[in-house]
Design a protein. Structure first.
Length: 311
């Protein structure tokens, strides 16, 4: 079966669109109607007019799409496509943690469950986290969850002292400085670019730190011809398409493994995407109360991002 042809046919028949994250396999990126980072995908989902959104990404992203566009059917090719950051922050534990800091507001990274968003004041993504935090007065007490690497990075560059939840991304947190030093030595002309989910020693070495979209724009506009890329491998496909004359070297997690593919993102395949579109399953189902409560901090994020012209 020609999956590309069949998917295109079903998309038209069912008035569906495919939204894909940059960490999807190249074939899925190539067939998507829109490819983006979590901020871009949230914005696109909120504006989508289609009857069905096929979300080629992970569960929290599809949930966000559903909350922002609750009349639209949202399907995720594999319901098991989770996220170690979202999993690190169960609701009961987080509520107990929050109770220790009663005068703090909560800023949550979008990589959380809908349940965590119901107890959040404002959501952020890696594309707007610094600006969202800085939109609050300097003396505002803040809990930042769940990524301690992103939160620590924001604390360092803004001089704040946000209380951090102890979560990490299992893909970014293991990228090692040892491999980077070796790659830098072998490629002295390369710039190091890193996602802020990487640990502090990696971020300290980076020439540029930003979201997936940020990194993509940076590599396209920088005069450099070679980049050492400290993030998930999926982004390389768009970097190569946008900057065909440039070279991109992926930072391995350690000397023996260059396998920094997100195991959750990579659960989605062309076959599963085809089946999700054909069967309109697995569908993201959320109750009305959760949608109502969890949507507020996401909409607040989108509002601040619009005011600051970040989207
Ligand atoms: P972006 O906000 O850059 O899309 O990152 C999301 C993510 O899950 C990175 O691991
Ligand atoms: Fe979650 Fe990390 Fe995968 Fe992003 S790369 S979806 S943060 S586990």
């Amino acid at each position: 079966m020609d999956l590309v042809k069949e998917i295109e046919k079903l998309k038209k028949q069912k008035d569906a669109i495919i939204l894909a994250h940059y960490y999807q396999v190249p074939e899925i990126q190539d067939i998507a109607d829109y490819i983006g980072d979590s901020l871009g995908l949230a914005q696109k989902a909120s504006e989508a007019k289609a009857k069905i959104i096929v979300f080629a990404g992970v569960h929290f992203m599809a949930e966000t799409a559903k909350m922002l566009n609750f009349q639209t059917k949202v399907v995720l090719p594999d319901l098991e496509a989770g996220c170690s950051l979202a999993d690190s922050c169960p609701l009961d534990d987080f509520i107990a943690f929050k109770e220790k800091y009663p005068d703090h507001i909560v800023i949550s990274y979008i990589n959380t469950t809908a349940a965590i968003k119901t107890v959040t004041d404002v959501v952020c993504t890696s594309g707007n986290a610094v600006q969202i935090v800085e939109s609050f007065p300097k003396d505002q007490k803040i809990i930042f969850a769940p990524d301690k690497n992103l939160g620590g990075y924001i604390n360092r560059i803004t001089g704040r002292n946000m209380v951090l939840w102890d979560g990490t991304c299992e893909v970014h947190d293991i990228l090692s400085t040892e491999s980077i030093f070796q790659m830098k030595e072998e490629n002295p002309d390369a710039e190091l670019i890193a996602h802020p989910e990487c640990n502090a020693p990696v971020l300290e070495l980076a020439d540029y730190i930003g979201s997936t979209t940020g990194m993509l724009k940076y590599t396209a506009s920088s005069p450099s011809k070679k980049f050492i890329v400290a993030t998930e491998t999926g982004i390389i496909h768009q970097m190569q398409l946008q900057s065909p004359g440039k070279e991109f070297l992926v930072v391995p997690s350690d000397k023996t493994c260059s396998c920094n593919d997100c195991p959750y993102m990579k659960l989605n395949t062309m076959e599963k995407l085809y089946l999700a579109l054909k069967n309109e399953q697995p569908e993201i189902i959320l109750d009305e109360k959760t949608i109502e409560m969890a949507r507020k901090p996401i909409e607040r994020m989108l509002e601040i991002s619009r005011e600051l012209k970040l989207i």
